[in-house]
Design a binder for this molecule. Structure first.
Ligand SMILES: [Ca+2]
Length: 534
C-alpha cells in the first residue's frame, strides 16, 4: 500500500469514526476499509472509441448462430493498443520497453478512464483472463467487469510487463464485454490473453476433519465434521450482530426472508482490558451461549484494543479506536523480539482476559469458530503493522497460551491473515478465511479469489468468506465452483439501516434469494450439532 493510500485510508477511518460515534467504531472502520477496497460503478459514458473494432473478432461472434461449443484449448491474444475501446484519457504509448505488438495503453488514472475488450468465445464456460501489464510504481490492482458484472481485480506488483491472471471467469458463447476500470489505476496495459480454464479439481472440497488442537472438545470435533461434510455442497449463512439473535441485523433478515442466519458473528472487543478500563462491558458470551442453545453456530473475532500505555488517546486518535495501527504506537516487532518486555507482559495479560471468556464458553460446551488477529496483511490493525514474522509469532503465542496454559479446546482456528506469507503453519490453522467488501450491490462470488486461495501453500483447508459487505449470489458460486464454506456479513448498515432492512449493499430481492436458496443453510436447517455424526 502506498503512503498516499494509507493517509487517505486514515482520513476515511477518522471521518467514519466521527460520523458513527463510539459504539459503532468497528463498523466505521470496516466501512472505511470498504471504501478503500470499493469498486466503482461502471461508466457507460463512452466518450472515445478510437480503437473500436480495430481487428477485434466480433464478426466471428455474429456468425456463430447461437452455437455453443466450449474449446478446452481456446486461446486468444488481444493487443490492448490495437483493439480495446477506451474512454477518458486512456491512450496508446510505445516508449516503455518489452511490450508486445505495437505498444500498450496508459492513462488509467480516474474513474472515467476505462478499457473495454469486446471478445467472442466459441462456448460458454470458464476462462482465465490475463491482463498483461506493468505497474507504473509498486503494487496496483484494478477492477474487472464482464458483461457489466464485477468479477475481480487484476493485480500487478512490478514495473516490467508481467502476467496478471484472473482465473475462472465465466464467459458466455458469443460476444462478451470485458472492461477494466480504475481501482488504484497507474498501469501500462499491454494485452489481454484469454485461455480456457482447466477443469476444477474436485479434490479441493475433500478436507480432513482433524482439528489442529489434538485435545479439541467433542463438540468442536462435531462442528468441524459438519463443516467438512457440507463443504462444496452447501453454503452456511452467517451474520455479525453485537446483540445476538435479537439484534437488529437478525431481525431485519428474518423479517425480509423468514429465515435466521445459521452463524452468529460476535466480537471480544469490549472485553479487552484497555477498553474495560474506560467502562466498556459486553454480553457477547451470553449471546453466544443463547445462540448455541437455539442450535446455531458461533464465530468470534477480536478487535484487540492495544494496551493502555500504547494508546495515543487524543481527539483524533481516541482510546476506543486502539485496534487500528494509526491509534497506537505499539511495536509488535519489538515486543516479539524481546525488546519490550513490559509490552509482552501486557499482551499476555490481554490474552488471559479473553481466555476467561473463552473458558466460560467452553464450560457451557459451546464450540467457536475462532478468528483472531484478522486481516493482518492489510496493516490497518496493529497486529499486522510489523510484518508477517512478528504477526506469526503472536499468532503462535496466542495458540499456545490458549490451548496449553489455559486448556481451552472448544476452538476451531480460523486464520484470516489474508496473504500466504502470513500463514502461521499447518499446526495452527483449521480453516482459512478471506474478508471481502466489493462495494455496493456487487453479488459476485469472488471466484478468482477463491481459486487463488485454493492454491495457497496452506495445506488443503476449508475456505470461508469470513466477512463480507454484500451477499454473493449462490447460483453464481455453484456455477463457478467457488463454494465458500460459509459467509458472515458484517453488522450495522450492511443489513440494518437504523429503522429496517438496509438495501445499500444488498437489495431485498438478493436477501430473499440467498436466505431461501436450497443450497444455503439457515438456522432452521441445521442438524442437531450436539449429536452430529453419531
Ligand atoms: Ca501490446
Amino acid at each position: 500500500m502506498t503512503k498516499r493510500v494509507c493517509s487517505f485510508l486514515s482520513l476515511l477511518i477518522l471521518i467514519g469514526l466521527f460520523l458513527n460515534g463510539c459504539t459503532k467504531v468497528h463498523d466505521a472502520g470496516h466501512d472505511a476499509e470498504n471504501r478503500r477496497k470499493g469498486v466503482t460503478g461502471m461508466s457507460d459514458n463512452l466518450t472515445e472509441d478510437r480503437y473500436k473494432d480495430g481487428g477485434n473478432n466480433t464478426s466471428e461472434a455474429d456468425g456463430m448462430n447461437g452455437e455453443d461449443h466450449f474449446d478446452p484449448k481456446f486461446e486468444l491474444l488481444l493487443e490492448a493498443e490495437d483493439v480495446a475501446i477506451t474512454t477518458g484519457k486512456v491512450r496508446p504509448e510505445s516508449t516503455y520497453p518489452d511490450f508486445s505488438g505495437n505498444g500498450y495503453l496508459v492513462g488509467i488514472e480516474r474513474e472515467e478512464d476505462t478499457v473495454t475488450f469486446n471478445v467472442s468465445v466459441p462456448g460458454s464456460g470458464f476462462y482465465d483472463l490475463n491482463f498483461i501489464s506493468a505497474s507504473c510504481d509498486g503494487y496496483k490492482e484494478n477492477n474487472v467487469y464482464v458483461n457489466g458484472e464485477f468479477v475481480g481485480v487484476a493485480k500487478v506488483e512490478r514495473t516490467n510487463f508481467q502476467d496478471s491472471i484472473l482465473k475462472r471467469v465465466y464467459l458466455k458463447a458469443g460476444k462478451n464485454e470485458i472492461k477494466l476500470t480504475k481501482s488504484w489505476g497507474w498501469i501500462r496495459l499491454d494485452a489481454l490473453k484469454i485461455t480456457a480454464s482447466p477443469p476444477i479439481d474436485q479434490d479441493i472440497y475433500k478436507i480432513s476433519a482433524q482439528l489442529v488442537d489434538l485435545y479439541a472438545t467433542d463438540r468442536a470435533k462435531k462442528l468441524m465434521q459438519f463443516l467438512v461434510d457440507m463443504y462444496g455442497k452447501y453454503i452456511i449463512s452467517g451474520q455479525y450482530s453485537d446483540k445476538g439473535i435479537n439484534g437488529p441485523e437478525f431481525k431485519a433478515i428474518y423479517s425480509a426472508t423468514g429465515k435466521y442466519p445459521a452463524i452468529l458473528g460476535l466480537d471480544f472487543i469490549d472485553y479487552t482490558p484497555s477498553r474495560v478500563a474506560h467502562g466498556t462491558n459486553s454480553k457477547a458470551v451470553e449471546y453466544a451461549i443463547e445462540f448455541d442453545k437455539l442450535g446455531g453456530i458461533v464465530t468470534f473475532c477480536w478487535h484487540w484494543n492495544a494496551p493502555e500505555p500504547y494508546l495515543y488517546d487524543t481527539s483524533e486518535k481516541p482510546w476506543w479506536s486502539g485496534f487500528y495501527t494509526r491509534a497506537t504506537n505499539i511495536n509488535l516487532e519489538a515486543i516479539m523480539n524481546g525488546k519490550d518486555p513490559q509490552g509482552y507482559e501486557l499482551l499476555l495479560r490481554d490474552i488471559d482476559e479473553i481466555a476467561k471468556q473463552l473458558k466460560r464458553l467452553q464450560e457451557a460446551d459451546v464450540p467457536i469458530l475462532w478468528r483472531p488477529l484478522h486481516e493482518a496483511s492489510g496493516g490497518w490493525f496493529w497486529w499486522g503493522a510489523s510484518g508477517p514474522d512478528a504477526y506469526i509469532k503472536l499468532y503462535r503465542l496466542l495458540f499456545d497460551r490458549l490451548t496449553k496454559v489455559h486448556g481451552i479446546h472448544n476452538l476451531i482456528w480460523v486464520w484470516n491473515g489474508q496473504h500466504p506469507a502470513w500463514y502461521p503453519g499447518d499446526k495452527y490453522v483449521d480453516i482459512i478465511g478471506m474478508d471481502i467488501y466489493p462495494g455496493e450491490r456487487v453479488y459476485s462470488p469472488h471466484t478468482s479469489k477463491f481459486f487463488e486461495m485454493a492454491k495457497w501453500p496452506t495445506g488443503k483447508r476449508i475456505i470461508a468468506l469470513t466477512e463480507n459487505g454484500c451477499l454473493f449470489d449462490p447460483d453464481l458460486a455453484f456455477r463457478d465452483g467457488a463454494v465458500w464454506s460459509h459467509f458472515c456479513t458484517w453488522n450495522g448498515d450492511f443489513v440494518w439501516s437504523g429503522y429496517g432492512l438496509s438495501e445499500k449493499y444488498t437489495e431485498r430481492y438478493m436477501f430473499e434469494k440467498v436466505y431461501n436458496h436450497e443450497k444455503v443453510l439457515t438456522l432452521d436447517e441445521l442438524p442437531d450439532l450436539r449429536s452430529y455424526g453419531q
